[in-house]
Ligand binder design. Structure first.
Ligand code: ME8
Length: 517
């Protein structure tokens, strides 16, 4: 069985989860579910990033020991995953012993390869971004303080002994790697940015700190803790059981896909490959960096405290509508602004009208006119064949889109079929055929059932609960819910359950509350 390993970033525990984190997790979940549906052996990793000065400071501000603080916030991320129906196989916490072991081993190997040396660090550091900045990346404010130009985070001058990673020595290999693997970092605009950064020259990277304690200790130098990104990136190895070569998941490395937000593309497409090269480990196959959600034009962030709460969003719109909307509204890779009217419009127009009505009309005609019995496949007209061909093309089309992480394109392919099926039902008018041509009515309804079957299976990664309900209504047995099963028509003669609506209009959602934005 082909394997597929994918990851989300591990989220910092310095604040509560918001829509931005939900977004990456939902996108990764859709990709993981699609691969499982396609018969792959999937390893889907997520988790929390719990070390660093930012967490130490947030814990102090909350009056808590950092571990207790991390336990609490990590628990919130775990609950977010469960609320969003995220089907991860593991949840990695960087404070776990298995992770500290992986970090120490990665360090050892890079050190043994001569890629790590002891020096002094001096420079501008932002606690909030956990990053060092060059003077050219800063802006001086009227009060004389400095901030990082892009993130607006304050920076401070830091001087301390530090272990360095010899990043400069990897510059040529990294350039050669990116040139030989043009699909490694997507979308391509980010790759171009990265290549010009790479070609402008790399300086060695400070990878340890002595100014705070909350981190993984540096092997053989306990005054130092590891730089949080060295620690964090290693989580992907922790997740496959590394360095245990006999770990049941050892064969799941290298990862096929790291999904990340655009602000951390550089860490994943530059530092991470360099660390792995130093340790003599295979590199991941792809990094896809998506865009940012804003609320009223402002980037959501834990530091700014303007994040939309995933729980409120789920209560207001329903989980599957939220999952659908965030992936449909914005081409994956681009930025989006979350607007209440936009999600309501899509719920009503696309979910309730286009898909909900198609299912409702088909299933209630079968219930009323055919006693709810699944009809046989009849003689095929040209229109029947055209619609069936469109349905049969959906799986390969969605598979190709998902392989490029073009999640909105995958949804558009499904909607092309849904719109064609709506045009077909209007044109064939099966409700008018009951007396004049009942055999043709049954054939038309059977074509529509088969289209709904394809749609329900192929949209199930996006909307697992709603599509499971639709598959129940189609009486599709559990073993007929994968992509390979679509090649075999469901047998005629099965009794379908009484039809019930799948997607209520927004106004009809009994639990609808005040809009969160
Ligand atoms: O960066 N829009 O953690 P983090 C879209 N711990 N996605 C967003 C978003 C927004 N407004 N805000 C956050 C870290 N995200 C590190 C990662 S990985 C080895 C270490 C998503 O809690 C997006 O995926 O700041 C982004 O990259 C991630 O959350 C950052 O989460």
């Amino acid at each position: 069985m082909p394997r597929f390993t994918l990851t989300t970033p591990i989220y910092y525990v310095n604040g509560a989860p918001h829509l931005g984190h939900a977004y990456t997790s939902i996108a990764a979940d859709v990709i993981a579910r699609f691969h499982r549906l396609d018969g792959h052996d999937v390893l889907f990793l997520t988790g929390t990033d719990e070390h660093g000065q930012k967490v130490e400071k947030a814990a102090a501000a909350a009056g808590l020991d950092p571990q207790l603080f991390a336990d609490r916030v990590s628990g919130q991320f775990r609950r977010m995953a469960s609320l969003l129906n995220i089907s991860h196989d593991d949840f990695i916490r960087t404070t776990e012993p298995r992770h500290k072991r992986a970090c120490a081993e990665l360090w050892h190997r890079a050190h043994a390869a001569g890629a790590i040396y002891l020096g002094h660090y001096e420079g501008w550091y932002s606690v909030r971004d956990e990053a060092f900045y060059g003077a050219d990346e800063l802006e001086t404010l009227p009060d004389g303080s400095r901030v990082a130009r892009e993130s607006r985070a304050p920076v401070e001058w830091v001087r301390e002994p530090s272990w360095f990673f010899r990043l400069s020595a990897y510059q040529d290999r990294l350039i050669a790697f990116h040139e030989a693997n043009p699909d490694f970092l997507a979308p391509s605009a980010r790759r171009n940015e990265l290549l010009s950064f790479l070609k402008s020259g790399l300086t060695d990277l400070s990878i340890s700190r002595t100014s705070f304690r909350w981190g993984v200790p540096v092997p053989n130098d306990p005054d130092h803790v590891m730089y949080v990104w060295f620690d964090a990136l290693a989580n992907y190895l922790t997740g496959v059981g590394w360095p245990d070569e006999n770990a049941p998941r050892a064969a799941f490395w290298p990862a096929d896909l790291h999904l990340v937000g655009k602000e951390i593309a550089r860490f994943h497409a530059l530092y991470w490959p360099a660390f792995l090269m130093a340790a003599g480990l295979p590199l991941p196959r792809r990094v896809f960096s998506h865009g940012w959600w804003t609320v009223e034009g402002e980037k959501m962030s834990k530091s700014a405290g303007n994040g939309l709460d995933p729980e409120t969003l789920v209560e207001t719109y329903g989980l599957d509508a939220l999952r659908y909307f965030v992936l449909r509204e914005v081409p994956f890779g681009g930025d989006g602004d979350f607007r209440h009217d936009a999600i309501v419009a899509r719920m009503d127009r696309e979910l309730a009208n286009d898909l909900g009505n198609l299912a409702q009309r088909t299933l209630s005609l079968i219930s009323r006119n055919l006693n709810g019995i699944r009809p046989d496949i009849g003689p095929s007209t040209e229109q029947d064949a055209a619609l069936r061909a469109l349905a049969a093309a959906l799986a390969p089309e969605m598979r190709a889109a998902i392989a490029r992480q073009a999640l909105a394109d995958a949804l558009e392919a499904a909607w092309k079929l849904i719109r064609a099926a709506n045009a077909y039902i209007d044109h064939q008018a099966p409700w008018a055929l009951k007396k004049s041509d009942p055999a043709r009515m049954a054939s038309v309804l059977r074509v529509l059932l088969d289209v709904l079957y394809h749609i329900a299976v192929l949209l199930s990664p996006f909307m697992p609960d709603a599509m499971a309900t639709l598959l129940d209504q189609l009486a599709a047995p559990a073993e007929a819910r994968g992509i390979a099963a679509l090649a075999t028509p469901l047998p005629a003669g099965t009794q379908l359950p009484p039809p019930a609506g799948i997607f209520p209009r927004f106004a009809a959602r009994a639990t609808a509350q005040a809009a969160p934005c």
